[in-house]
Design a protein around this ligand. Structure first.
Ligand code: A2P
Ligand code: 11C
Length: 335
């Protein structure tokens, strides 16, 4: 069977990647429809050697669409996802709009595919930094029960979107040419800098990105008792989020056991040979599908603790790939 699939936000950083992933994985597409803002009306994008014109959204756009992958921002998802779902289309939404809604499953196929069973037309794709972390945490949690996670992230600018990628490139070029730089996307210069600030600040002093990691992790892992604390940081990298993750478990687990567990875990590649200077790096994870884990060590400051370094392509596993994997799981379920 083949499906009519839509990508909403097709001209964006994630949307582009969604089109590429659908093509690469040979998702059974009968017809692909592409949507973006009026600014992009008439723009043509390539899919399997065919030029597809970008459309704008209308009330009846979703009538004949089976699956819609949304990545056009939370505001658009808030308005359009319910309209799409009402027309009988299944929405896989990459924005933060529906993630914590108790009526909406939040899914990472390697972790909680069973939650797809109770969807009511909208399924949420988690935040990129959360996805790559839970893929590595789940196998450990199943064996040793994770009590607490302390995470610090090093996130690429593509997480913010296309404009931010252009800004990092332009600032770098301008600085190297001794020209004045423009600061538009972030509150500060991002080239040759590090910003301990992703998304808006909240009343508790944390950022929204930090609280996404706390709340989404509990929901995806199906365990509200896991305590998570996060510091999220933007770094001048184009693609690939890195994370320093410290976990405390109920049961003792050794670094060797974690390495063995993760080597067998779906979607994970262990890259941990310090003697050869081998550890995960964003430049190697970029364009790849897997979650790379290295620097696996026991935390010697506590009884049962592990430190590790997790890297993955935020546009792939962190967004587009995870969304397409959800669609693949869905069609497996109806077969
Ligand atoms: P457009 O390119 O026409 O602005 P990114 O996250 O990389 O910035 O991309 C955001 C995506 O969301 C783009 O594809 C953008 O389209 C799309 N988008 C923005 N506003 C709307 C809207 N009102 N309706 C549909 N798509 C939108
Ligand atoms: C970033 N994680 O890297 C963000 C982008 O909730 O989907 C994704 C925001 C979200 O900037």
């Amino acid at each position: 069977e083949k499906y009519v699939v839509a990508v909403v936000g097709a001209t964006g950083a994630v949307g582009n990647e969604m089109i590429a992933v659908i093509e690469e994985r040979d998702f059974p597409v009968e017809r692909l429809r592409l949507f973006a803002s009026e600014r992009s009306e008439g723009v043509k994008l390539n899919f399997k050697g065919e030029e597809i014109a970008v459309e704008t959204l209308k009330e009846d756009s979703f009538q004949d669409i089976d699956i819609a992958l949304f990545s056009a921002g939370a505001e658009r998802s808030k308005i359009w996802a319910p309209i799409a779902a009402k027309s009988g289309c299944v929405v896989i939404d990459n924005s933060s709009q529906w993630r914590m809604d108790p009526e909406v499953p939040l899914v990472v196929p390697e972790v909680n595919p069973h939650d797809l069973k109770w969807h009511k037309g909208i399924i949420a794709n988690p935040n990129c930094s959360t996805i790559q972390m839970v893929v590595a945490l789940k196998p450990i949690h199943d064996v040793a029960k994770i009590k607490r996670v302390v995470v610090t992230t090093f996130q690429a600018v593509s997480g913010t979107g296309k404009k931010a990628m252009d800004e990092l490139l332009q600032q770098t070029v301008d600085l190297l040419n001794f020209r004045e730089i423009k600061i538009e996307v972030y509150p500060h210069q991002i080239a040759f800098n590090v910003l301990p600030h992703i998304d808006k600040f909240l009343e508790n002093g944390y950022t929204k990105e930090e609280m996404k990691m706390v709340n989404e992790t509990k929901k995806i892992m199906g365990d509200p008792t896991i305590r998570v604390t996060a510091t999220t940081v933007r770094v001048p990298v184009f693609r690939g989020h890195s994370e320093s993750v410290n976990i405390e478990t109920e049961k003792k687990i050794t670094a060797k056991e974690v390495r063995e567990l993760l080597s067998k875990a779906p979607g994970v590649v262990v890259m941990d040979n310090p003697e050869k200077n081998e550890y995960p790096l964003p430049i190697y994870a970029s364009g790849r599908d897997e979650v790379f884990v290295g620097r696996i060590r026991e935390d010697e400051s506590i009884e049962n603790g592990i430190n590790m370094w997790i890297v993955s392509d935020n546009l792939r596993k962190g967004a587009a790939l995870n969304a397409v994997q959800i669609a693949e799981e869905l069609i497996k379920m109806v077969k």
